[in-house]
Write a protein that binds this ligand. Structure first.
Ligand SMILES: NC(=O)c1ccc[n+]([C@@H]2O[C@H](COP(=O)([O-])OP(=O)(O)OC[C@H]3O[C@@H](n4cnc5c(N)ncnc54)[C@H](O)[C@@H]3O)[C@@H](O)[C@H]2O)c1
Length: 457
C-alpha cells in the first residue's frame, strides 16, 4: 500500500481522467489532482456531464470526486505540493518542421516538464504516461536536472495500455503495468514508490519493471502489433470480396489457432483512434532515423494498408451507387472510431464522410455519443450534412446506409422496416461486418459487407 501522497496529473484527457479515477478509487489515502490548462475541460469534469464517455467512469467519478479525486485548472501551488506528477498530455503527430507527418510532437510534454521543474520540489517523481518516442525520459531528465536551482528528479516511464471503450475495465484489471526506471538506486526506489500505488489493486506479478528504453518502446510496439493484425485481416478481406470466401469465417478459423488467438482479427473499414496511426508513424520515423529502412518500410505498410482499405470502401460505395452519389441521401451509422466512446480522432468515418461530401452526397449522420465531435471534424464542409440521434430520420428516404462504427444497436435494427422507407434500389455498406448480410439481402437490400462478395439484386 502506498503511503499517503499528493499526486498531480497534467492532462485531463482520455488517459489522465480515467487513469487517475481508478488509481484514486484504489488509493483512498492519497489525493489525486487531475489538472489541465483547458478550463472548459476541467469545468466539464466537475459537472454532471463528463467530457469523455467511457462505460463505468461516471460512477467512479461521482463516488470520489472532491473526496480524494479533484479536477483543477493547473496552478503552481498544486505542483509545489506534489510528491508524484503524471504527465498525460497529448503527443500528436507533428504537423510542422522536421519529422512533419511522422514524428511525435513533444512540445506539450516539454512545456509540462518545464512547469514541473519550475514549481515542484526536489525529489518529486515524474511519471511519463503519455506515449513518447524512445529516449524521451532521458531527455526529460536532462532538462529537469540541468536547471540552475539544483533540484533533482526521478523520471519513470509508465505507458498506458488502456483501450477506449473499455478503459475502466482495462484499468481495473490490466494485463500488465509497465514501469521503466533508471538503473540506479534512486531509479529503483522511485519505481517501487509507483508500484505501491498499483499493487493496491493489481497483483504484484503483473507489475513489470524494465529499463526506460524497453518501457517506452514496448508501448509503440504493442500498438504496432495490434494495428498490424487489423491490417493483415483487412488485406485478406479484399481477397475474400473477389472470391467466395468470407472473412468472418476465416477470422473464426484462424482465431481458433491458439498461436493466433481471436482478438484483433475482425475485418473492417479500417482502424482509427488517436494512437495506432500516430504511434506507428513514430516507430517508422525512429527506424528511419536509425537507418533501418527495411524495418521502417515494413511498419509503414500497416498504415498504407489501412488507407487502402478506407479508399476502396468509398470507391465501392460510389461504384455501386451507379458511379454517382451526388444529391443522394446517405445515412451514416456511427462516427466514433469504435463503440462505447465519443472519441472520433482518426476515425475512418472522417475520411469516408469527407470523400462522400466531395462527391456531393447528402449525409445524415447518426451516432449515439459522438455527434459533437463529428460536427467539429466536419466543420466548414458540412452545410449539406444533418446530424441526428434519430435513426428513423437518418434512414428515411435514404439511398444507402453506411455502417462505420460497431455500435451494438446497429446489428439489431429493424432493417425490414428501414428497407420499406428507403429509396429503391436500397443499399447497405457494412464497414464493420456486423449485420447478417444474407438476411438483409433476402429483405431486398443490395449488400456490400467488408470481406464478402457484394450481394446485388
Ligand atoms: N487515448 C487513448 O486511448 C490512449 C491510450 C494509451 C495512451 N495514450 C497516450 O496518452 C497521451 C494522452 O492521450 P489522451 O488521449 O488522453 O489526450 P487528450 O488530448 O485527450 O488529453 C491531453 C490533455 O492534456 C492537456 N495538456 C496539454 N499540455 C498540458 C500541460 N502542460 N499541463 C496540463 N495539461 C496539458 C490538454 O489540454 C488535453 O486536455 C498521448 O500520448 C496518447 O498517445 C492514449
Amino acid at each position: 500500500m502506498a503511503s499517503a501522497k499528493k499526486i498531480v496529473c497534467l492532462g485531463a484527457g482520455y488517459v489522465g481522467g480515467p487513469t487517475m479515477a481508478v488509481m484514486a478509487l484504489n488509493n483512498p489515502d492519497s489525493q489525486f489532482y487531475v489538472t489541465d490548462q483547458n478550463a472548459a475541460r476541467i469545468a466539464a469534469w466537475n459537472s454532471a456531464k463528463l467530457p469523455i464517455f467511457e462505460p463505468g467512469l461516471d460512477a467512479i467519478v461521482e463516488k470520489i470526486r472532491d473526496k480524494n479525486l479533484f479536477f483543477r485548472v493547473i496552478n503552481p501551488t498544486l505542483l509545489a505540493e506534489a510528491d508524484v506528477v503524471f504527465v498525460c498530455v497529448g503527443t500528436p503527430t507533428k504537423d510542422y518542421g522536421e519529422g512533419k507527418g511522422m514524428a511525435a510532437d513533444l512540445q506539450y510534454t516539454e512545456l509540462a516538464v518545464r512547469d514541473i521543474e519550475k514549481h515542484c520540489k526536489s525529489g518529486t517523481i515524474i511519471v511519463e504516461k503519455s506515449t513518447v518516442p524512445v529516449k524521451t525520459a532521458e531527455a526529460i531528465l536532462q532538462i529537469v536536472n540541468a536547471q540552475a536551482g539544483g533540484k533533482r528528479f526521478e523520471v519513470l516511464s509508465n505507458p498506458e495500455f488502456l483501450a477506449e471503450g473499455t478503459a475502466i475495465q482495462d484499468l481495473m484489471n490490466p494485463d500488465r503495468v509497465l514501469i521503466g526506471h533508471a538503473e540506479t538506486n534512486a531509479g529503483v526506489a522511485a519505481a517501487e514508490t509507483l508500484k505501491a500505488f498499483y499493487t493496491a489493486w493489481v497483483k504484484s506479478e503483473r507489475v513489470l519493471l524494465t529499463n526506460v528504453w524497453s518501457s517506452e518502446l514496448s508501448k509503440l510496439v504493442a500498438n504496432a502489433f495490434l494495428a498490424q493484425r487489423v491490417s493483415s485481416i483487412n488485406s485478406i478481406s479484399a481477397l475474400c470480396e473477389k472470391t467466395n470466401a468470407s472473412v468472418r469465417e476465416i477470422s473464426r478459423a484462424i482465431g481458433h489457432d491458439s498461436r493466433i488467438g481471436p482478438k484483433f482479427i475482425e475485418a473492417s473499414v479500417g482502424f482509427g483512434g488517436s494512437c495506432f496511426k500516430k504511434d506507428i508513424l513514430n516507430l517508422v520515423y525512429i527506424c528511419r532515423q536509425q537507418g533501418l529502412t527495411e524495418v521502417a518500410d515494413y511498419w509503414q505498410a500497416v498504415i498504407d494498408m489501412n488507407d487502402y482499405q478506407m479508399r476502396r470502401f468509398v470507391a465501392q460505395i460510389i461504384e455501386m451507387q451507379f458511379n454517382s452519389v451526388a444529391g443522394k441521401k446517405i445515412a451514416i451509422l456511427g462516427f466514433a472510431f469504435k463503440p462505447d466512446t465519443n472519441d472520433t480522432r482518426e476515425s475512418p468515418a472522417i475520411y469516408v464522410c469527407k470523400r462522400l461530401i466531395e462527391e456531393k452526397a447528402q449525409l445524415f449522420i447518426h451516432d449515439p455519443q459522438a455527434l459533437g465531435n463529428a460536427k467539429k471534424d466536419l466543420a466548414g464542409i458540412d452545410s449539406g450534412v444533418t446530424y441526428t440521434l434519430d435513426i428513423d430520420a437518418a434512414t428515411e428516404g435514404a439511398h444507402a446506409l453506411v455502417i462505420l462504427t460497431q455500435w451494438k444497436d446497429y446489428a439489431a435494427l429493424d432493417y425490414a422496416k428501414i428497407f420499406q422507407r428507403m429509396q429503391k434500389p436500397a443499399f447497405i455498406f457494412d464497414g464493420r461486418a456486423i449485420v447478417d448480410a444474407e438476411a438483409l439481402h433476402t429483405i431486398g437490400f443490395n449488400v456490400a459487407q467488408i470481406g464478402v462478395r457484394a450481394m446485388r439484386n
